[in-house]
Design a protein around this ligand. Structure first.
Ligand SMILES: Cc1cc2nc3c(=O)[nH]c(=O)nc-3n(C[C@H](O)[C@H](O)[C@H](O)COP(=O)(O)OP(=O)(O)OC[C@H]3O[C@@H](n4cnc5c(N)ncnc54)[C@H](O)[C@@H]3O)c2cc1C
Length: 282
């Protein structure tokens, strides 16, 4: 008769083997280019909503030495600072060194997370204001996914406007679901009071596929469409603050537009009226 060893709780739990290992708890795919995943959070990790960390996987063994090195990339933390877990929203680059592999992760797998959060898309880098704009393209919505779940955002501002521009409608799904979940979030409602969600305005646009609002947000700002649609007079340094996260093109154009309205770029050491961060390099 074969003797079966009882499966104890300890042996059932995967022991982390990677440096700075965290365990994936959930994965959701949206398109062949986009997915989100959640993982455990290191007990020691403190971060400000909007910051990014380095995450990754072990690279392939070196053909000569057989040694493996961590393959790390910058990722905005998409979950808010109070969350027990961490969430990330990711691109899938088919020949990308990291994401060609990362797109295949499943719940229970491990990834590497260096617990050193940094970044400028944080409340501390902005001077007090009345209205906060989040301008995102593609995965650039990730830091704002964190910030729209952050109670301080609603404490500090009367109105929060999230604009998200993608090529296709399906690429808006993550943001749309997120805004919906924030509007129905009982914990935030309890903390902030009923009606807090009325402060959050969502302005999705597409550049390629037909949708109710088409065009780059930069063009829609320049020709005044955004302001007409939202019933807002315009952007001024007295009332408006902005955070920008997108492609190099969006960031450069948005900087010029915001400077044109009289807003100045801020940083952690010198807060001002707007801040910018790259959603990716390249
Ligand atoms: C501050 C910062 C924060 C970032 N946060 C995120 C994030 O939250 N989610 C995320 O998916 N990526 C994010 N990135 C990009 C990320 O670091 C990697 O570039 C990405 O994961 C692809 O890695 P890779 O090794 O597969 O390909 P890489 O060799 O890194 O990139 C290959 C090429 O793919 C394109 N590319 C890379 N990332 C993106 C992207 N996000 N969207 C569109 N095209 C891209 C670029 O043209 C790049 O040259 C961030 C980058 C920076 C600098």
């Amino acid at each position: 008769m074969t003797e079966h060893k009882p499966v104890t709780e300890a042996s059932a739990v995967k022991v982390p083997t990677l440096p700075d290992a965290q365990t994936v708890t959930e994965v959701q795919h949206y398109t062949d280019r986009l997915f989100r995943f959640r993982c455990t959070r290191p007990a020691s990790l403190r971060f400000r909503s909007g910051e990014f960390v380095m995450i990754g996987l072990m690279g392939d063994p070196d053909p000569k030495t057989g040694k493996q090195k961590p393959l790390l990339r910058a990722y905005s933390i998409a979950s808010p600072a109070w969350d027990d877990e961490l969430e990330f929203y990711s691109i899938k680059v088919q020949d990308g060194p990291l994401t060609s592999k990362l797109q295949h992760i499943e719940a229970g797998d491990q990834l590497i997370l260096r617990p050193k959060p940094v970044g400028t898309l944080v409340h501390d880098a902005l001077l007090p204001g009345k209205r906060l704009w989040f301008f995102a393209t593609g995965t650039g919505i990730a830091p704002f996914a964190s910030l729209i779940r952050e109670p301080q955002t609603y404490e500090d501002y009367d109105q929060i406007i999230l604009t998200h521009t993608c090529r296709d409608v399906a690429e808006l799904t993550y943001g749309r679901d997120l805004v919906e979940s924030v509007r129905n979030d009982e914990m935030l409602a309890e903390l902030m009071g009923e009606g807090f969600a009325d402060k959050l305005v969502y302005y999705p646009t597409t550049t390629r596929e037909e949708s109710p609002k088409m065009g780059r947000v930069t063009e829609l700002l320049k020709d005044g469409t955004v302001f007409r649609d939202l019933g807002i007079d315009g952007i001024t340094p007295e009332t408006d603050r902005a955070m920008v996260c997108g492609s190099m093109g969006l960031n450069t154009d948005m900087k010029a537009i915001l400077e044109g309205y009289g807003l100045r770029e801020g940083s952690n050491s010198e807060p001002a009226e707007y801040v910018v961060e790259k959603a990716f390099v390249g």
